[in-house]
Design a protein around this ligand. Structure first.
Ligand code: HEM
Length: 415
């Protein structure tokens, strides 16, 4: 067995926080290796990147996500008790619950609700001086996904729920006040979601068949028992919160349209092929989830290195999506590259890799793709707007990243 190249510093936590999305890939380049060992929060960690590393990482049942993330991040993301921290048959069974919501008809319905909500806002935006697109889109997605899930929000509770989901998303990659705010607001969402499940189970409220709130509150684990109420609430939040998070890709989409106006013209036609390429390139190019982490369940060897049981491994998603071995000129935004993409589940992994059903790959990837497409159609085909002077820089040390100004628009006109 050969030794894994080692990062020289005693502990890399500070560097990781300072460098954010590029922390792993810069070191891999410097060490001329897809893998290196370091210490993060004083614990030994193996960092990896690239399609081959992703293939190892997504070998079914090789890793667990248990104790792989700092608790402060886990609580704001999938949380304890969720599908993500399950393994083997229990994971696949719970994952099926999420995947049953991902039929084309169901995703199409969510898209229609988003488009309807968005169109109703265009009229309101027309009369306003300046709109913060990112905040508006978060609110549109929050209202739409709650309606789709069978829990329509009243006018007065919708801003509260949006604020809570947004704080969880924004706080997940942070240390300190941004994270604490997310944790504080999450407590309120949890109380609300538990109440939703409780009322559905008691028959106090009803929904139509097959909607997310009903599916989650009626789901039984492999032992035949209903999920306990806190776990059902966590899983309901795991449908709603990440759908609101799609706003980040939509905001990056608006930025890409601004920076590459030739693509606005291409997307204005009714041909959906350029739209497909544009949305995939958005998810490849812009930073969102930097990494995923796991702990080795069963010892294995890769490239002459031994991975012992319990070993902490961090896979670089952003770096893999920008790996020059898979992507020519990876730091250029070139949607047409997707015409020749080989479709590998390991070289393009903005929402994780492997198989949606058998592995931990994101359950909501098809929702994300469809909603970003819907939003790009709306931005290019159903409205015009001006992009005033603002700070559009994207700081790669801030996780999750977002244009500094959150993308301001004005002079909105419906078409
Ligand atoms: C906004 C865009 C999104 C991004 C960037 C994203 C990213 C991710 C990532 C990186 C993972 C972890 C993969 C792993 O552990 O290997 C994940 C898991 C997951 N995501 Fe997403 N996600 C998004 C949207 C969604 C949506 C819309 C939903 C549901 C409606 C969703 C539900 C889930 C669930 C349930 C898991 C756990 C899957 C499992 O452990 O098997 N996500 N997501």
């Amino acid at each position: 067995m050969s030794a894994i190249p080692r990062e020289m510093s005693l502990d890399s936590t500070g560097a990781m926080l300072r460098e954010g999305y590029t922390f792993i890939s810069t070191r891999c380049e410097r060490l001329q290796s897809d893998i290196f060992e370091t210490r993060i929060m004083l614990a030994k960690a193996i960092c990896m990147m690239g399609a081959e590393a992703a293939r190892e990482f997504y070998e079914p049942d090789r890793f667990t996500r248990k104790q792989a993330l700092p608790k402060s991040a886990l609580w704001l993301l999938q949380d304890q008790g969720s599908a993500q921290v399950l393994g083997g048959a229990a994971h696949r069974h719970r994952k099926q619950m999420f995947m049953s919501l991902m039929t084309p008809a169901s995703i199409g319905h969510l898209s229609d609700l988003v488009a309807e909500e968005w169109r109703s806002r265009i009229a309101r935006w027309q009369g306003r001086d300046e709109i913060v697109l990112h905040q508006e889109v978060e609110d549109i997605l929050c209202r739409s996904v709650c309606r789709w899930a069978g829990i329509p929000l009243t006018e007065s509770e919708s801003p509260t729920r949006t604020r809570e989901f947004a704080a969880m998303i924004d706080g997940a990659g942070a240390v300190g006040p941004r994270n604490w705010r997310g944790l504080l607001l999450r407590r309120r969402t949890e109380r609300w979601a538990r109440d939703v499940v409780d009322r559905l189970r008691s028959g106090e409220t009803t929904t139509s068949d097959g909607v997310a709130a009903q599916v989650v509150s009626r789901h039984r684990d492999l032992d035949g028992k209903l999920l306990d109420i806190p776990t059902a609430a966590v899983e309901l939040i795991n449908v709603l919160r990440p759908t609101v998070a799609v706003a980040r890709y939509i905001t990056f989409g608006a930025l890409a349209l601004h920076d590459h106006p030739e693509w606005r013209e291409r997307l204005q036609t009714n041909d959906d092929e350029p739209l497909e390429f544009f949305v995939q390139e958005l998810r490849r190019y812009y930073p969102f989830f930097p990494v995923v982490a796991g702990r080795v369940l069963q010892e294995f060897d890769w490239r002459g290195h031994r991975f012992g049981q319990g070993q902490w491994v961090i896979l670089d998603l952003y770096g893999t999506n920008h790996d020059p071995r898979s992507w020519q000129e990876p730091h250029r935004f070139r949607p047409e590259r997707f015409r020749h993409w080989d479709g590998s589940p390991y070289n393009f992994i903005p929402q994780g890799g492997g198989d949606h059903f058998a592995d931990h790959r994101c359950a909501g990837e098809w929702i994300a793709i469809e909603l970003v497409k819907t939003a790009m159609r709306l931005l290019t085909r159903e409205m015009t707007y001006r992009v005033p002077a603002q700070d559009l820089r994207v700081d790669l040390s801030r996780v999750p990243a977002i244009p500094n100004s959150r993308f301001l628009i004005d002079h909105v006109q419906g078409l």
